[in-house]
Design a protein around this ligand. Structure first.
Ligand SMILES: CCCCCCCCCCCCCCCC(=O)SCCNC(=O)CCNC(=O)[C@H](O)C(C)(C)COP(=O)(O)OP(=O)(O)OC[C@H]1O[C@@H](n2cnc3c(N)ncnc32)[C@H](O)[C@@H]1OP(=O)(O)O
Length: 128
C-alpha cells in the first residue's frame, strides 16, 4: 500500500500527482508551481478543483510539516480571478487561530506580480 509519499498534491512518488514542493518562509508555508494545460478547465484556465486541491494542501501540509496530523473538516474557496495555466503561481498557507482540536487555516494562490486569484479558508481537525 503506497504511503504518504503518494499524496496526490505533494507526494514525490505519485506519478500523476501535482508534486507541489512546499517549504516554510518564516510562518508561511509556500510552494511555487506552473501548471500545464492538462490541468485546465476552460481554455487557459486552471480547473477549480485543482485550485481547491492546492489550497487544501497548503493548509493541511502546513500542520503536517510542523509535526501535526490533521484532516480537512471544512473548506471554503473564493475564486477571485481565473488562475492561468502556464504561468508561475505562488501557493501560500498559514495558521490563523486554533481552538481545541480544530485549527483555522488560510491559503492563497497568487500570480508572480502578487495578484491573488484564489483564497481558501479551512477548519482542520487534528487527529492522532
Ligand atoms: C516530501 C514528503 C511528502 C510527505 C507527504 C505528506 C502527506 C501529508 C499531507 C498532509 C496534507 C493533507 C491535506 C489534505 C487533507 C485532507 O484532504 S484529509 C481528507 C478530507 N477530510 C476528511 O476525510 C475528514 C473526514 N471527517 C472526519 O474525519 C471527522 O468528521 C472529523 C473532521 C475528524 C471530526 O470528527 P469527530 O472528531 O468525531 O467529531 P464529530 O463527533 O463528528 O463532531 C464533534 C463536534 O466537532 C465539531 N465539528 C466536527 N466536524 C466539523 C466540521 N466539519 N466543521 C466544524 N465543526 C465540526 C462540531 O462542533 C461537532 O459537534 P456537532 O456539530 O456534530 O454537534
Amino acid at each position: 500500500m503506497p504511503g504518504e509519499n503518494y499524496c496526490f498534491a505533494c507526494g514525490p512518488e505519485n506519478p500523476i500527482g501535482l508534486h507541489l514542493d512546499f517549504h516554510f518562509e518564516e510562518d508561511k508555508y509556500v510552494a511555487e508551481k506552473t501548471l500545464p494545460h492538462e490541468y485546465q478547465s476552460y481554455e487557459g484556465v486552471v480547473h477549480g478543483g485543482i485550485i481547491t486541491t492546492m489550497l487544501d494542501e497548503a493548509m493541511g501540509g502546513y500542520l503536517y510539516s510542523g509535526g501535526e496530523r490533521a484532516v480537512t473538516a471544512r473548506l471554503d474557496v473564493r475564486y477571485r480571478k481565473t488562475t492561468p495555466v502556464g504561468e508561475h503561481l505562488v501557493i501560500t498557507g498559514w495558521e490563523e487561530s486554533r481552538r481545541g482540536s480544530f485549527v483555522n487555516m488560510k491559503a492563497t494562490i497568487a500570480l508572480a506580480d502578487g495578484t491573488v486569484t484564489a483564497e481558501g479558508t479551512a477548519k482542520m481537525a487534528l487527529v492522532d
